[in-house]
Ligand binder design. Sequence first.
Ligand SMILES: O=C(O)[C@H](O)[C@@H](O)[C@H](O)[C@H](O)COP(=O)(O)O
Length: 245
Amino acid sequence: MAAAVVKVLESEAAVAQKLCEIVIEKANAAINDRGVFVVGVSGGSAAKFLCSGLPSATTDWTKWRIFFCDERYVPYSDPECTYTIFKDGLVSKVPALANLIYPINTDITVEEAAEDYLKKIRSVLPGNDIPRFDLLVLGMGPDGHTCSLFPGHPLLKETSKFVAPIKDSPKPPPSRVTLTFPVINNAACAVFASCGAGKADILQRVLEGGDGDPLPAAMVRPTDGQVIWILDSAAAAKLKNVQKL
Ligand SMILES: O=C(O)[C@H](O)[C@@H](O)[C@H](O)[C@H](O)COP(=O)(O)O
């Protein structure tokens, strides 16, 4: 397990640009090596950053397979739906992706949607082993959550389900579908993008530790992969010990 790589940039715009550069670099390397790039994306500012920078990138979009690290169990017509954010912000500009992005099915129960989502992942990453994503693009909430994995929630300890439903998310909406830690920590790479002074204290706890149980974002430690944090200087302001590259 490699130490986290932390990159600190001056502005949010620079963080967005760097995130997109890393995603494209990972995509083109995976396509070159294996002919496919399997990525998980997230909502929040990560979605905004990806939709701003990716459409103009040079890559073979037909080799991309885009999943959601977590998704809110809301209709596609709801502005809170992360799939719709990517449909409008990325797929509308890159039509080749139209059938290569995998939304959760909200016409079935959230439990069924989680099971169905694992089947969708298996259609691209077949077998019985833990699915291995090339890249997961993650965000971290102000409470240290990532995906729909919240501090103190029993789902942090989930080991039998690779994709889980949650019906009591402390952040609305309460019902969601999320990857669990066995899958997250089997990824080849996880990259976080976090900006703003509001993230400084929680980032210090996540990256430099503290008393008590580790926060969910600190539990992202792929066993055979890397973790990259891309921060703006406001978010990184309270870090003392991490090696900033
Ligand atoms: O599902 C959600 O409710 C959000 O997508 C959420 O999990 C978000 O990813 C984080 O709160 C980080 O968001 P920011 O990077 O925008 O702070």
